[in-house]
Design a protein around this ligand. Structure first.
Ligand code: ZN
Ligand code: ZN
Ligand code: ZN
Ligand code: ZN
Ligand code: ZN
Length: 373
C-alpha cells in the first residue's frame, strides 16, 4: 500500500500537530481522529492527496463522544448520525431552565422531571404546571388532612371541611356552654360539655338571676325606660373607683360598666364608662356608637342637675369590648357637691350621690335591625 503524507490530529481535535512521520491509511484508521479537524485539514492542505471517496470512507467518532456517545462510523454517515444522536445537548422545550439535557433524556425529563410539565392535582383535578400544583397542595381544599386538634383528634378529613368539623362536631374543640347568654361562662372541650350542660339546677339559677338583672339594669326603649339611676352611698369613704353593677343598653344589647371616683388630685369627681364583653357581642355592631348622657342629680329639686353629654362614635379602643374607660376626669369640682343655696343645688347629701345615665345607641345599619335567624 502507498504511503501518504498526512498530519495526525490531536485527540481533542483542537490543535493540529505538524507531521511527525509518514502514516499509512491503515494506521490512520486505527487513530481516534476528530472528523471536523480532519476534514478541515484534508480540504485545506495542499499536500493532501486523499480523494473524495477515501475521505468519505474514513472512520471517525461522533462529535458528542464527550457526552457519552460510543458511535464510530464513516465520515459519509456522520451527519446522518448526528441528526439522530441522543447525546446531543438540547434545551427544555418547556423552558424550565434545564438547558443541559441530552436529547435521549428529553422524553423522560418531560414526563417525570420538568417543573413546567402538565400536571393535575390528584385530589381536586385542578390542572396546571407541576410547579403550580405542587404549591397548590398546601391549600387544596380536597386534600385529606388531619383535624387541627391532632394528635388528640384522629379525624382525617378534606381540608375544606376542617373548619366546620371544628365548629360543629370535633370533640376536642373548646366550646362555650350553650347557656352563655344567661351568664354561664363555662368553657371546656365539647366532649365534656354535655355533662356540664345537663346541670339544670345551676342554669336555672343563672336564668333567674339574669331576669332580675335585666329588669333592674337594662335600658329599654319599649318600656319607656330610657335611663337608669344609680345610687352611691358613702362617697367620701371611697378610696378607689366605685364600680356599679354592669348594665345592658337593651335586653340583648351592649354590656356597660359605670364607675365613679375622686380624681387623682382629689379636686374633682371623675366618672367613666367601659364597654365590657357581653353575651350578645356577636350580634351587635362594632365599634359601639352611642350618645351618653350622665346627670348628677340635684337632691333639692328636679332641676339644675349637673348634665354632660358625650359620644362614643369613633373607631377607638374604648368603643370596643375590653377597651379602656371613657368619660370625664373632671366631671365636677368636689367643692360644688355640697349645698349651694344660691344655685339651689345639693348633690352630695348624707354622703350619697345619685346618677342618671341615658344611652342612645346610634344604629349604623338600622335596616338590618330586628331580623330573625
Ligand atoms: Zn452520537
Ligand atoms: Zn423542563
Ligand atoms: Zn387540589
Ligand atoms: Zn377533630
Ligand atoms: Zn353552663
Amino acid at each position: 500500500m502507498a504511503s501518504y503524507s498526512v498530519v495526525s490530529a490531536s485527540h481533542s481535535g483542537e490543535i493540529l500537530v505538524p507531521l511527525v512521520g509518514l502514516l499509512t491509511l491503515d494506521t490512520l484508521w486505527t487513530e481516534k481522529v476528530n472528523s471536523l479537524v480532519l476534514s478541515a485539514f484534508l480540504y485545506t492542505t495542499s499536500s493532501c492527496v486523499l480523494g473524495h471517496r477515501e475521505i468519505q470512507a474514513l472512520e471517525v467518532s461522533c462529535d458528542y463522544e464527550k457526552n457519552g456517545c460510543k458511535w464510530i462510523g464513516t465520515v459519509g454517515t456522520l451527519d446522518k448520525h448526528k441528526a439522530l444522536c441522543g447525546y446531543a445537548k438540547v434545551p427544555c422545550p418547556k423552558e424550565c431552565w434545564c438547558n443541559d439535557l441530552l436529547k435521549k433524556e428529553l422524553d423522560f425529563h418531560l414526563r417525570n422531571e420538568c417543573l413546567n410539565r402538565d400536571y393535575s392535582c390528584e385530589h381536586c383535578g385542578m390542572k396546571d404546571t407541576y410547579c403550580v400544583i405542587h404549591s397548590h397542595y398546601s391549600e387544596c381544599e380536597k386534600k385529606m388532612v388531619l383535624c387541627s386538634n391532632a394528635p388528640l383528634c384522629h379525624v382525617f378529613i378534606e381540608r375544606g371541611k376542617v373548619a366546620s368539623h371544628l365548629r360543629e362536631s370535633c370533640d376536642y374543640t373548646e366550646v362555650y356552654c350553650k347557656y352563655a347568654s344567661i351568664g354561664c361562662e363555662e368553657k371546656r372541650l365539647r366532649m365534656h360539655m354535655k355533662q356540664h350542660e345537663e346541670n339544670s339546677e345551676l342554669h336555672l339559677t343563672m336564668a333567674l338571676d339574669k331576669i332580675v338583672e335585666l329588669n333592674k339594669f337594662t335600658l329599654s326603649p319599649e318600656k319607656k325606660q330610657r335611663s337608669i339611676t344609680f345610687k352611691l352611698n358613702g362617697f367620701s369613704l371611697k378610696t378607689g373607683p366605685h364600680r356599679f353593677q354592669p348594665f345592658f343598653t337593651s335586653p340583648s344589647g351592649y354590656k356597660i360598666n359605670f364607675f365613679v371616683y375622686h380624681n387623682g388630685e382629689g379636686t374633682h369627681l371623675s366618672l367613666f364608662f367601659e364597654v365590657l364583653h357581653g353575651p350578645y357581642d356577636d350580634a351587635l355592631e362594632w365599634p359601639l356608637k352611642a350618645n351618653f348622657t350622665v346627670e348628677l342629680l340635684n337632691q333639692l329639686a328636679d332641676c339644675n342637675h349637673c348634665v354632660r353629654n358625650f359620644k362614643f362614635d369613633e373607631d377607638k379602643d374604648y368603643c370596643n369590648p375590653g377597651g379602656q374607660g371613657y368619660g370625664y376626669d373632671k366631671f365636677i369640682p368636689l367643692s360644688k357637691l355640697s349645698c349651694d343655696e344660691i344655685e339651689n343645688t345639693h348633690y352630695l347629701k348624707d354622703d350619697v350621690l345619685y346618677f342618671r345615665v341615658t344611652v342612645d345607641i346610634i344604629h349604623q345599619k338600622p335596616w338590618l335591625d330586628h331580623t330573625h335567624t
